[in-house]
Design a protein around this ligand. Sequence first.
Ligand SMILES: NC(=O)c1ccc[n+]([C@@H]2O[C@H](COP(=O)([O-])OP(=O)(O)OC[C@H]3O[C@@H](n4cnc5c(N)ncnc54)[C@H](OP(=O)(O)O)[C@@H]3O)[C@@H](O)[C@H]2O)c1
Length: 332
Amino acid sequence: MATVPSTQKGVIIEKTGGTEVLQYKTDLPVAALAEGEILVKNDYIGVNFIDTYFRSGLYPASHFPYILGREAEGTVVKTGGGELHGLKEGDKVVWMGDGAYTQYTAVPAFKAIKIPSSLPPKIAAASLLQGLTALTLVREAHPVQKGDWVLVHAAAGGTGLWLVQLLKAIGAHTIGTASTQEKVDLALKAGAEHVINYTHEDVRQRVAELTSGQGVIAVFDGVGKSTFDLSLDVLARKGSLVSFGNASGAVPPVTIGRLTAKNAKLLRPTVANYVATREEYEAYSKELFAFIEKDGLDARIHGVYPLSEVARAQGDLEGRKTSGKLLLDPEK
Ligand SMILES: NC(=O)c1ccc[n+]([C@@H]2O[C@H](COP(=O)([O-])OP(=O)(O)OC[C@H]3O[C@@H](n4cnc5c(N)ncnc54)[C@H](OP(=O)(O)O)[C@@H]3O)[C@@H](O)[C@H]2O)c1
């Protein structure tokens, strides 16, 4: 049986604000296990934009001090009683849930997935939350068909690169947007047919040219406030605007009548409501891992940051300096 310390390293916030509110601690208590939980010693912690929303206060933390972080990869070191879905000590798992910015997290077993032995754990670590987000968006938010024209904003971002690769595998025609030539090249390499550098190209005009004036049948928009109007404008008749994030800020209230011009569908989904039951965790992670292993989808890792430098990691993500997945090493 693994020896588990009583205290650990981790990052908390006691109030909301900029990256200065992130506090790196070396003496946080290791949580006791409840029924149906496993204790995971995290190897890699995923950084996601949602972590910055809880830090800034855009999304409300349920209590303070609050431990940020929504996903990690690691080893099961202890198990509670109850239904553990076949997980046992020593298993390598990825999980989604709360309180990931720590060395050890008590995780409901139904939210943890055993990593196939054929998949390197670091790749699984870089894949779960953003990969499942992209997969559920193209399966459920707007079920994309072969031959569909779609637009992906921030196509070289963490979630954007998953979307572009999955859309390529499905056989869609993907138009991406990005802010630098380096990002344009990355998104093209990942499978986008066209990538518009919105800093000096007119996105509306380019989408009209590329789609013979029809527009795209779906827009996957994780940028939010600054792109919402644009996304609605480039949509085809009967298209879906899938607004799934707020990288530029929250979308202000929308007048429902604006959808009439195109009989547009507007969705504001979260992966947590597509992947909520054990069955959904198992089915979607199996499909994601199969895409990675059989279709060669690339979990592009932007960088592994020491947990003690979490402020730099979040600053780089918010500052548009990254492409792909940011991971944290809880030992450093
Ligand atoms: N609904 C869900 O369940 C779910 C799950 C995962 C992620 N998300 C959302 O998906 C979006 C992307 O998340 P991610 O973690 O993969 O991040 P990311 O795409 O790697 O980074 C955000 C990107 O957004 C673009 N951007 C445009 N305007 C921006 C601004 N004002 N500030 C910062 N970035 C801006 C930047 O790309 P360019 O430089 O190319 O413009 C930037 O690199 C976020 O909104 C996140 O909340 C939602």
